[in-house]
Design a protein around this ligand. Structure first.
Ligand code: CMC
Length: 391
């Protein structure tokens, strides 16, 4: 079998050839299909970016119309899916509900499983994108015990999601363009990030030719964890805790450095970015602009900025090249938009969806082999079975 290279956490193992996203961790640069993230975040919108990631090129007006039309056409979710949601307790975390519902979609769209051609893959992708906005919105309505509503096809994808999730019964819905712009920007910044934990999970599951919906469901579970997408929720909880504790950021930075204390500065550090996370830079400015535009003052933003300042001047963080990542300021924007903490990671999932799908499609079209890492065995050597009465 040859020599096995051990690389815990795949820190230095390339698992695939990809043409979707390039990131340079030393320079702090990120590109989707060759376009710098700064330009995309400033000028594009989420549906266009979904198209770009899935198809490799920016769409023409006709192509974008067709894409948006298909997403509206396919957004029906089977009534039986509501019974699945009903079975959860209201206290269920929306990410767990979302993962279950996404996997359950397979049962209602069986043709999406055994796909071979690019056209079949694109159809499965559009079905999932269309229905996912409903599922994501419903996970939140479930926590409030509100009726599960359907979308408004006169709205675009992002506004439709926002209305489905957050409009209360009988409330008039007027969406502020500042809110739409901020949401689009956040979703775009989360849309893909090459072989991160959840994307690698989607590829790994999909490499067994498991269907798209089940593969993405596994990715949602991976994203849920606090070291990955769950960090955005953990950041706000941390900032609230620091505020409640009197706001002494130095004390918390010291805790994060203490190796006998499991506390980590959430929203800090990244496996690949060792200079800065370009997404964090864009989000920090967007958070500043949004709070100013909406006339909101948020103590959490002050604490976040103080924390950043103290940490960036601290030897521990400098030596280890730990900088704020995408999750450090995103929660402040979500909060300003009225999105509750337990929905933050669902927002990340909605943003990451096109990345997961594009990577799954690329893997299948390139015919990557089934994922199957090796190991270095450390367990007991050969020994004989002992009958239970003699143990
Ligand atoms: N606070 C304090 N110390 C840290 C932190 C932190 N946030 N992050 C890393 N370190 C230390 C770590 O203890 C280790 O120190 P030492 O060399 O003395 O043992 C060193 O820095 C290297 O850390 P690592 O855990 O080996 O690095 P990794 O590449 O395995 O982990 C990470 C990357 C993002 C999981 C980690 O930095 C972390 O846990 N950060 C906090 C959680 C977070 O913000 N996650 C979001 C990541 S970005 C978006 C996403 O993926 O969803």
């Amino acid at each position: 079998t040859g020599l096995i290279t051990l690389d815990l956490g795949y820190k230095n193992t390339g698992a695939t050839l990809s043409e979707i996203t390039y990131l340079d961790g030393d320079q702090g640069e990120l590109f989707y299909r060759g376009y710098p993230i700064e330009q995309i975040a400033e000028k594009s919108n989420f549906t266009e970016v979904m198209y770009l990631l899935l198809h490799g090129e920016l769409p023409t007006e006709d192509q974008l119309d067709t894409f948006n039309g298909n997403i509206k056409k396919y957004n029906f979710v089977a009534e039986e899916m509501k019974k699945i949601i009903d079975a959860f307790p209201r206290s269920a975390h929306p990410m767990g509900v979302l993962s279950t519902l996404t996997s359950a979609l397979t049962a209602f769209n069986p043709k999406s499983v055994n796909v071979q051609s690019k056209e079949e893959m694109d159809l499965a992708a559009e079905l999932l994108i269309a229905k996912f906005a409903h599922l994501a919105a419903w996970t939140y309505r479930k926590t409030l015990g509100l009726p599960l509503n359907h979308g408004d096809n006169s709205l675009d994808y992002v506004e439709n999601f926002y209305k489905m999730a957050f409009r209360l019964p009988n409330e008039e819905f007027v969406i502020n363009p500042v809110v739409t712009a901020a949401l689009n920007k956040l979703l775009i910044l989360h849309a893909d990030h090459e072989q991160n934990c959840s994307t690698s999970t989607v590829r790994m599951v999909g490499s067994a030719h498991t269907g798209l919906f089940a593969s993405v469901s596994a990715g949602i579970s991976a994203l849920w964890g606090p070291l990955h997408g769950g960090a955005n929720q953990a950041v706000i909880e941390m900032l609230e805790l620091i505020e409640k504790d009197g706001g002494d950021v130095n004390k918390w930075v010291a805790k994060a450095k203490d190796k006998n204390d499991s506390f980590r500065l959430m929203g800090f550090g990244h496996r690949v970015y060792k200079n800065f996370d370009p997404r964090a830079k864009i989000i920090k400015k967007a958070a500043d602009d949004l709070l100013a535009a909406l006339g909101i003052e948020d103590k959490a933003l002050d604490i976040a900025m103080q924390l950043e300042k103290v940490a960036l001047e601290d030897e521990y963080f400098i030596e280890r090249k730990l900088y704020p990542n995408v999750d450090f300021y995103s929660g402040i924007i979500y909060r300003a938009l009225g999105i509750p903490t337990e929905m933050f990671t669902v927002m990340f999932a909605l943003g990451r969806l096109p990345g997961w799908i594009a990577q799954w499609k690329e893997m299948r079209l390139k015919g990557d082999p089934i994922g199957r890492p090796r190991q270095v065995y450390q367990g007991a050597q050969k020994r004989d079975y002992i009958d239970i009465s003699n143990r």
